[in-house]
Design a protein around this ligand. Structure first.
Ligand code: FMN
Length: 237
C-alpha cells in the first residue's frame, strides 16, 4: 500500500463540495491543554487557575508541536470507521518519538461530535462564518520556541477553523511554522494559503501531508520531512 505524502502544494484533487453538508455554530475563544515533552522526561508541571496542567518550555526545547485531532467516526478507504485515536494524534505521537519538542493538544471548548456527518455540518458552518471555535483552555506562552509544528486533519480541503483560533491566540510572529496534516484524498489542500492568509507574521515552511489510513506506515516519509526541515540530522535516521 503506498503512502501519499505531499509537500507545500495547493493542489486539491477533490472539490470542497465533496465534504460539504449542513450547518452548526462556532464559538470564538482561546484555549489550553497540557503541554508535555515529546521525548525524555516531562518538564515540571504547574497548575493554572483553570485547573489545567501547563508546563513551562525548557531552554533545550525550541520546538512546539501543536495539533488538533478528533477521535470518532471518520472516513476510511471510502467507507467509515470509528477511530479510538485520531489519525493526526497518532502522527503527532510519531513526531514526538523522533524529535525533542513539547506537545500541546488543541481541544475544542465545544467538543466536535463523534459522528461524522454532524462534524461535516458544523465545520461547513464554521468555514462559512469564518468562525474561531473556542479552544478549551488558554494557549501556552510560545516565547521559548522558535519552531512550531502545526498539525491538523484536513476538513473540507483546509485545516479546521480552530487552527485559526490557535494561530491568532498564540502569537506566531517570527516563528518558523511547519504544517502537517492527515487527510483522506486532498493532500495538503489549501493548508499553506489558509495559514498565510491569517497574516500571523510566521515564516511558513515545508508542509507534510499523510493519508489518514496510512499514518502507521508513514515513518519513512516522516523521517524524510524531519530531515528536510532540519529537525533531525541526516545521520539521525
Ligand atoms: C468534517 C470532516 C471533513 C473532512 N474533509 C476532508 C477533505 O476535504 N479532504 C480530505 O482529504 N479529507 C477530509 N476529511 C477526512 C480527514 O481529513 C481524515 O480522515 C483525517 O485523517 C482525520 O484526522 P483526525 O483523525 O486526526 O481528525 C474530513 C473529515 C471530517 C471529519
Amino acid at each position: 500500500m503506498s503512502i501519499t505524502v505531499s509537500r507545500s502544494h495547493e493542489a486539491s484533487p477533490i472539490s470542497r463540495g465533496a465534504f460539504l453538508r449542513g450547518a452548526s455554530v462556532a464559538a470564538a475563544g482561546i484555549a489550553a491543554v497540557s503541554l508535555t515533552g515529546c521525548t525524555s522526561g516531562q518538564p515540571p508541571e504547574t497548575s493554572t487557575s483553570t485547573g489545567s496542567t501547563v508546563t513551562s518550555p525548557q531552554t533545550t526545547h525550541r520546538v512546539l508541536l501543536a495539533y488538533f485531532s478528533r477521535a470518532g467516526e471518520n472516513y476510511w478507504y471510502g467507507d467509515r470507521t470509528f477511530l479510538e485515536t485520531g489519525n493526526t494524534h497518532r502522527l503527532a505521537e510519531m513526531i514526538g518519538d523522533r524529535i525533542d519538542c513539547d506537545t500541546y493538544r488543541i481541544e475544542a471548548a465545544q467538543p466536535y461530535s463523534e459522528r461524522y456527518d454532524p462534524t461535516v455540518e458544523r465545520n461547513t458552518e464554521e468555514q462559512d462564518d469564518d468562525a474561531r471555535p473556542a479552544i478549551a483552555n488558554p494557549v501556552p506562552d510560545l516565547s521559548g520556541y522558535d519552531t512550531v509544528l502545526l498539525g491538523s486533519p484536513i476538513w473540507n480541503v483546509q485545516p479546521p477553523m480552530i487552527m485559526a483560533t490557535f494561530v491568532e491566540a498564540a502569537g506566531l510572529s517570527g516563528k518558523r511554522v511547519l504544517p502537517f496534516v492527515t487527510y483522506a484524498v486532498s493532500g495538503l489542500g489549501s493548508t499553506s494559503s489558509f495559514y498565510r492568509d491569517l497574516n500571523s507574521g510566521a515564516q511558513l515552511g515545508e508542509g507534510l501531508a499523510v493519508r489518514g489510513e496510512e499514518v502507521s506506515a508513514a515513518g519513512g516519509d516522516l523521517d524524510q520531512w524531519l530531515r528536510a526541515t532540519g529537525l533531525t540530522s541526516a545521520e539521525s535516521r
